[in-house]
Design a protein around this ligand. Structure first.
Ligand code: MN
Length: 201
């Protein structure tokens, strides 16, 4: 049985960028529903006692969709920080060598996220050859399925922003950029272990 992971911050601490009402629905209803659905779907299957990442890697269909959405949302909440952060000098060097500058990364990331058609996720990933790359996936899809390590994610499903920004995804993306947990991004880049144990460090 999986449980809804604890939020790493208070429900109102991302305001004014993401409201407590959005957290109540997005975390309290949507994320929670994926956990409940997953628990129902795995009963009596080979995944009943499997680790979440094993299910993400090996399942398909409804079980995959719900397992990946549990993973993706947990990672999304851990991608956000109540206090405004800036990338460290060390992380900036990695960003500069892959994108030219932090401004270039922002421009390219927000452009990719705005253009990610329909429901999905836009990520920073570490590729197999050690590059930092922007990647967009659809629906519940997760970079782990494509041999890439998630470093940062932005949820672009409408339920992530409709309460606060209505249909204006670009305004949500600008807000998202202001609350990125850059320390987590750096830790994630340095940490080759992609286990969900990461969330408990
Ligand atoms: Mn979501």
């Amino acid at each position: 049985m999986f449980e809804l992971p604890k939020l790493p911050f208070d429900r109102n601490s991302l305001e004014p960028f993401i409201s407590a009402e959005t957290i109540d629905f997005h975390y309290g209803k949507h994320h929670h529903a994926y956990v409940n659905n997953l628990n129902s779907l795995i009963v009596g299957t080979p995944f009943e006692n499997a680790a979440l990442e094993d299910i993400v890697m090996k399942s398909e269909g409804g079980i995959f969709n719900n397992a990946a959405q549990v993973w993706n949302h947990t990672f999304y909440w851990n991608s956000l920080a109540p206090q405004s952060e800036t990338p460290s000098t060390k992380l900036l060097q990695i960003i500069d060598s892959n994108f030219g500058s932090l401004d270039q990364l922002k421009e390219q990331f927000l452009k990719a996220a705005a253009a990610n058609f329909g429901s999905g996720w836009t990520w920073l990933v570490k590729t197999a050859d050690g590059k930092l790359k922007i990647s967009s996936t659809s629906n519940a899809d997760n970079p782990l399925k494509h041999n890439e390590i998630p470093i940062l994610t932005c949820d672009v499903w409408e339920h992530a922003y409709y309460i606060d920004y209505r249909n204006a995804r670009p305004r949500y993306l600008e807000a998202f950029w202001k609350i990125i947990h850059w320390k987590m991004v750096e830790n994630r880049w340095l940490n080759e272990n992609v286990s969900l144990d990461f969330f408990h460090q």
